[in-house]
Design a protein around this ligand. Structure first.
Ligand code: APR
Length: 237
């Protein structure tokens, strides 16, 4: 099916990065069972930038320091090089698709790899030394720097939003990997792809919101397990 697709797109969630050591949000040991999502609300950040940054480091940045792409990320990058998938739309902020070699990555929720100044909006690439004193400040105007991923209450960044919906509308195969389909508007993307006639293939050890009426082919297991099988299948082994 991947070989015959003209415009296959991958759509990934936290599940693809679990095998890199980054916890998922929901399910057992999920982040939301340990942390109150309020620290990811925009007004909490504005009111308590130092504490919000401390929690963002504890929840996200501390993992990102140690993680690297796993085989599922790398195989997706290989499929892009072979022209078998055209883009990866990710809800993840861990930059692992890019580190694995994927080029056309649409970061629907932004990325931890960038920081924005909340005063002058200058964007800088994340460096660990920015976290030597919290909150990090802008070298341009001394304003407070915010992580480049969206907080609850923030809009989906452009051009990612437009590119993601365009990709979902034009895809003829949508490979959904490691997402519960719980969070809008990201969760609409497989629905739009399906309504536009795309074949929906889903990799997830548990049944997601898509399982009943969106997913055409459900592969019940982990990302690395099934991406390795797909890679072997494409190599004709
Ligand atoms: N391989 C693939 N999928 C897996 C694996 C694995 N090895 N292990 C778990 N999963 C699946 C779980 O079954 C679950 O369906 O990964 C999914 C993780 O779901 P969530 O934690 O809800 O992550 P996600 O769907 O990406 O969350 C969407 O929620 O809080 C917001 O902004 C945050 O981007 C995030 C959004």
């Amino acid at each position: 099916m991947l070989k015959n697709a003209q415009h296959a797109v991958a759509f990934t969630g936290a599940g693809i990065s679990l095998e890199s050591g980054i916890p998922t949000f929901r399910g057992e040991n999920g982040l939301w069972s340990k942390y109150d999502p309020k620290f990811l609300e925009l007004d909490y950040f504005y009111r308590n930038p130092q504490e919000a940054w401390r929690l963002n480091i504890e929840v996200f940045y501390q993992h990102l320091a140690r993680t690297k792409p796993n085989p599922a990320h790398r195989i997706l990058a290989g499929l892009e090089k072979k022209g078998l998938i055209k883009a990866v739309i990710t809800q993840n902020i861990d930059n692992l698709h890019q580190q694995a070699g994927s080029n056309n990555v649409i970061e629907f929720h932004g990325s931890s790899n960038r920081l924005f100044c909340i005063e002058c909006n200058q964007q800088v690439e994340f460096k660990w030394e920015y976290l030597d004193s919290l909150p990090p400040t802008c070298q341009n105007c001394q304003g407070i720097l915010k992580p480049g991923y969206i907080f609850f209450g923030e809009p989906i960044p452009e051009p990612a939003r437009t590119l993601a919906f365009q990709a979902a509308e034009t895809a003829d195969l949508f490979l959904v990997i490691g997402t519960t389909g719980e969070v809008q508007p990201a969760s609409f993307l497989p629905v739009i792809a399906s309504r536009n006639g795309a074949l929906i293939i889903e990799i997830n050890p548990a049944k997601s919101n898509y399982y009943l009426d969106i997913t055409d082919i459900y592969l019940p297991g982990g990302a690395t397990h099934f991406m390795t099988k797909i890679e072997a299948g494409l190599a004709g082994q």
